[in-house]
Design a protein around this ligand. Structure first.
Ligand code: ZN
Length: 406
């Protein structure tokens, strides 16, 4: 079995030796030259996009020595079997991945043998990544029979009648490809009742992308559990905060506790699609901003503030939603610079208002102002802006939770 030695100065064989970023893995056709001929051998290569370094997982110089030895002992041969080079009893080119391969999904056997820690002596092919075009999630999202839930930006569950179609989830890698494990799809989709799901997945199955760095890699390979980092986590924090809030102040801050409480189902943005992303802003704003219990919040502030004039705007109109919440954060929770702390929610609200202006000339200017407030650069894509906003809202809930828990 091919074995990749862990470099002593690195924590993980998929981490760059220079900068600790995670390598991108690929399989390249490496030219092998002898006096008589040239042929190509598939070799695993790793590349760091951060510091622009790259190398082969198997040292070509070592290979040259082995080639010379093999050719000396087998003068009649014109090509060297890769398992000889790898000192393996199994040739990855002809390894039998049955029964997992029987559903006809495309995959690259080399991923299994070369991506660190996937290969094992038993159950050959068990943990082989199978990749899909991420558009498959749109397909499921548009069907009333299925529901797509991202419990982190890279962890995906697809449900049919509230039951996950794969127990072990799907993952989104750094190239926005979806993947899961060959044994998993074999185990769960080989039954006739799952034929429809099998056909959909086969239609979106693509050649291997080789990258498996995602929550999966950290949680299961590095045994380092990553917390959710997306909308899912926002509602967990929001809920925790609001439970303590109710106990302390004797009223409920919000009418929405989870994304499932929304009348129109929430759909996670799947990729960099402006319509999907601004639709998500609309629903998040409805769940986080417009659900604020303005009446009780106003009454509480009216009874507990010395100066109640700050509760009114122009023409003595009562302030609402975020403006009241900001006053509460500043005057009751005593958080300094409340305006900065709550700004992520104001940006969410502004992005939601921008949804009405998507096709207007003023859109770019207003959108740029939102980007600046999230510290993202002008060139950021819509999905990058979305992720920055989610991180900012997570930061907001962490901060206000700390202020209320004592
Ligand atoms: Zn690097």
């Amino acid at each position: 079995m091919p074995k990749i030695e862990n470099q002593p100065q690195t924590k993980n064989p998929l981490q760059c030796h220079n900068c600790w970023e995670y390598w991108f893995f690929s399989i390249v056709n490496f030219p092998v030259r002898t006096k008589e001929k040239i042929w190509f051998i598939r070799l695993p290569r790793i590349q760091c996009k951060k510091c622009n370094s790259n190398s082969y997982l198997i040292d070509p110089d070592e290979l040259r020595e082995k080639w010379a030895k093999y050719l000396k002992n087998n003068p009649q041969e014109t090509q060297i079997p890769i398992n000889y080079i790898l000192e393996s009893s199994i040739d990855p080119e002809i390894a039998d991945f049955s029964p997992y391969s029987s559903l006809w999904f495309k995959f690259d056997k080399f991923d299994y043998f070369f991506i660190p820690w996937l290969a094992r002596q038993w159950n050959i092919g068990y943990l082989t990544p199978v990749f899909f075009d991420i558009e498959v999630l749109n397909n499921f999202n548009h069907s009333s029979d299925y529901k797509v839930t991202l419990t982190s930006f890279s962890r995906v569950h697809i449900y049919k009648n509230n039951e996950a179609i794969l127990t072990h989830w799907f993952w989104v890698n750094r190239n926005w490809r979806l993947f899961c494990w060959l044994w998993d799809i074999y185990d769960e989709l080989r039954w006739p009742e799952n034929d429809k799901i099998l056909k959909i997945l086969l239609a979106y199955n693509i050649e291997s992308d080789h990258d498996i760095v995602s929550d999966y890699y950290f949680n299961e390979i590095e045994a380092c559990w990553t917390e959710s980092d997306n909308e899912w986590k926002i509602f967990e924090l929001k809920n925790n905060f609001e439970i303590l809030f109710s106990k302390k102040f004797w009223f409920d801050l919000s009418r929405v506790n989870t994304l499932d409480d929304l009348k129109i189902p929430y759909k996670h943005p799947i990729w960099n699609d402006r319509w999907q992303i601004f639709d998500a802003y609309l629903k998040l704003n409805s769940a986080i901003v417009e659900s604020i219990n303005t009446n009780d919040l106003f009454s509480y502030l009216e009874q507990n503030l010395n100066d109640t004039t700050i509760l009114f705007g122009k023409n003595w109109i009562r302030k609402q939603w975020l403006k009241l919440f900001e006053i509460f954060i500043s005057n009751i929770l005593h958080i300094e610079s409340a305006t900065n702390v709550i700004s992520a929610l104001f940006v969410l609200n502004d992005l939601r208002q921008l949804q009405w202006h998507l096709s207007q000339s003023s859109f770019d200017e207003k959108y740029l102002k939102c980007k600046e407030r999230l510290w993202t650069i002008d060139e950021s894509t819509d999905i990058q802006v979305f992720q920055s906003l989610i991180r900012a809202i997570l930061g907001f809930y962490n901060q206000i939770f700390d202020s209320i828990k004592d």
